[in-house]
Design a protein around this ligand. Structure first.
Ligand code: NCD
Length: 289
């Protein structure tokens, strides 16, 4: 909640005529991305720039990683350039946790494999709080490829901590077998997951992580698991429609739902900047103590 409160202040800054602050002046922030990204990478980059620090991005495809350098050497090389904060995205679950003890920089997880994506969950919670004015007692329904989704995992943990009730729904093959331990309620139908929901979150079908055929066809998937008009109607007129992006239109939800009045998908993008500014600011403040 402290991070979300700080992000609220950052959102004021973003909406003012002058987005520049001096919170990170004299510091350096480097992003190391081993996977493709538009929103996460750019919002961290812009957040860092708005707050006045030296900032650079390294993508694995354009670095010495392509010459065979290992993750530890790459991270240490960045660290020895007097880096204060290292933002990492990696396809292996746990990669940022592996690196953190070996570097002086503070490490931020920008998504690690199928494990977690903490700043995405924070920006999702921020968006809900902004619209609903509370998080407590809300029914949040997360629909789709839960198995491969780090966004779902971080949201299931975070949202329950702040008092939401989290429901999940998707093809049985895309629901992790041990997920009931997380406290999320597994639904048996779209109607059960969406009825009375305050928030419906669609998730991208993460085909790059699916090593075998887990559902018959995209057509069948979209017929049964797309967040369609009926799903939205079952929830009610005040439901918030969310998606972390990128979205496969017509698969996870039709364009009409993606662009409906209930959709806060574009706000999620803007709030991502505010939340990442807050995270960078709080980490730098802690390092300065
Ligand atoms: C998510 C990710 O990379 O985990 N996207 C994002 O950060 N906005 C979800 C996804 O790629 O499907």
């Amino acid at each position: 909640m402290y991070i979300l409160e700080t992000a609220k202040q950052m959102k004021y800054v973003l909406s003012s005529g002058n987005k520049k602050t001096t919170h990170l002046q004299g510091k350096s922030v480097i992003s190391l991305f081993y996977e493709n990204s538009t929103r996460t990478r750019l919002s961290f980059e812009m957040a860092a720039k708005f707050m006045g620090c030296a900032n650079a991005n390294v993508s694995s495809s354009a670095s010495s990683v392509n010459k065979g350098e290992n993750l530890l050497d790459t991270a240490r090389t960045i660290d020895f350039m007097s880096t204060d904060i290292l933002i990492m995205r990696h396809m292996q679950s746990g990669a940022p946790h592996f690196i953190a003890p070996h570097v002086n920089a503070s490490v931020i997880n920008a998504g690690d494999g199928m494990n977690e994506h903490p700043t995405q969950a924070l920006l999702d919670m921020f968006t809900i709080l902004d619209k609903k004015k509370t998080l407590s007692g809300l029914k949040v329904s997360i629909i789709g490829d839960i198995l491969h989704s780090r966004v779902a995992r971080s949201n299931i943990i975070g949202m329950q901590k702040v008092g939401c009730e989290v429901y999940i729904y998707g093809p049985t093959t895309l629901i992790p077998k041990d997920i009931s331990y997380s406290g999320a309620k597994i639904c048996k139908s779209m109607a059960e997951s969406c009825e009375g929901a305050d928030v419906i979150m669609g998730l991208r079908l993460q085909k790059e992580r699916q090593k075998k055929c887990l559902f018959p066809s995209i057509n069948e998937y979209s017929t049964f698991f797309s967040v369609n008009k009926e799903a939205v109607e079952a929830a009610g007129k005040d439901v918030l429609i969310m998606h972390p992006g990128p979205c496969n239109h017509g698969v996870e939800m039709p364009t009409s739902v993606y662009e409906s009045e209930n959709s806060v998908i574009n706000e999620q993008v803007t709030n991502g900047l505010a939340v990442r500014m807050a995270v960078l600011y709080l980490l730098i403040s802690r390092r300065n103590v």
